[in-house]
Design a protein around this ligand. Structure first.
Ligand code: DGL
Length: 268
């Protein structure tokens, strides 16, 4: 079992931001990525639809023999995680929790923003988490309008990307939030633009990628299914869209790999 892959699933490219943290923390683990692509974006869809897509995705990953599934998608987590866990009772399934807790615990202005998809924000999961950790914190909920589409089109470094980020983030600066929680896995790919807009205002941008990777590590150890140290990992990519989309997922993962390599060279 320890040699089997971990399956990472998202509506599209977003889960690759989780993939990046998994690669960073668990370099020996083999991974298989399923980016739906065909039904993306999920954000405006109903819970029933998203649950159906998520179920199909996990079925596919199970058929590939994965030892664990990471639902690298906040929207699919809020819609379907309980359903998935009830159906695959012996498979560890990790979902995405937005980083509302650390934001609530450290905010000075007592006002934080959560950026996420329409579906996730509607689910009220963020609000419940916020109430649990700090009932006196105001949570400003904002949809990252166009963010998913921009990442899907690989336009993170374009004027269109900057325009979309400005129109969503500038009002948050005026509202004096001091934490912006990225509650959608596509959004970390726009982090450089968000940080450019908030530069100088003392606003921290937080995402959950690293925390999820730590949770995966903990579960691998607990179930005794971690890859052997030094094992050479293998990667594969699948999609419900077409071969071109699959290839683009692979190329983005390759670019992430190069970025991580540059990072480790700098650290030496
Ligand atoms: N990446 C997904 C999330 O974390 C969903 C994006 C979408 O398909 O709308 O919420």
């Amino acid at each position: 079992m320890s040699g089997a892959k971990i399956g990472v699933y998202d509506s599209g490219f977003g889960g690759l931001s989780v993939w990046r943290e998994l690669r960073r923390l668990l370099p020996s683990e083999s991974l298989i990525y399923l980016g739906d692509g065909k039904n993306c974006p999920y954000g405006g869809r109903s819970r029933e639809e998203i649950t159906r897509f998520a179920e199909e995705a996990v079925e596919r990953l199970v058929a590939e023999g994965v030892k664990m599934v990471v639902v690298g998608c906040n929207t699919a987590t809020t819609a379907a995680i309980e359903h998935l866990r009830a159906r695959w009772t012996s498979l560890p399934i990790v979902g995405l929790e937005p980083a509302v807790k650390p934001a609530c615990l450290t905010t000075q202005t007592r006002r934080i923003a959560v950026l996420a998809t329409e579906h996730s924000l509607r689910s009220d999961m963020f609000l419940r988490t916020a109430n649990r950790y700090a009932s006196d914190v105001e949570v400003v909920k904002v949809v990252g309008r166009d963010f998913v589409e921009i990442v899907e089109a690989n336009e993170e470094h374009t004027e269109r990307g900057m325009r979309a980020v400005r129109s969503v983030v500038e009002p948050l600066v005026r509202q004096r939030v001091d934490k912006i929680v990225l509650g959608c896995t596509h959004y970390p790919f726009l982090r450089h633009l968000i940080e450019e807009v908030v530069a100088g205002y003392g606003i921290e941008v937080i995402d959950s990628g690293e925390a999820v990777a730590r949770r995966v590590k903990w579960l691998l150890e607990r179930y005794d299914i971690a890859a052997k140290e030094g094992a050479v990992p293998e990667f594969s990519f699948i999609t419900f869209a077409d071969e071109e989309y699959r290839r683009r997922l692979e190329l983005k993962a390759l670019a992430i790999e190069e970025e991580l390599q540059r990072e480790s060279v700098h650290q030496i």
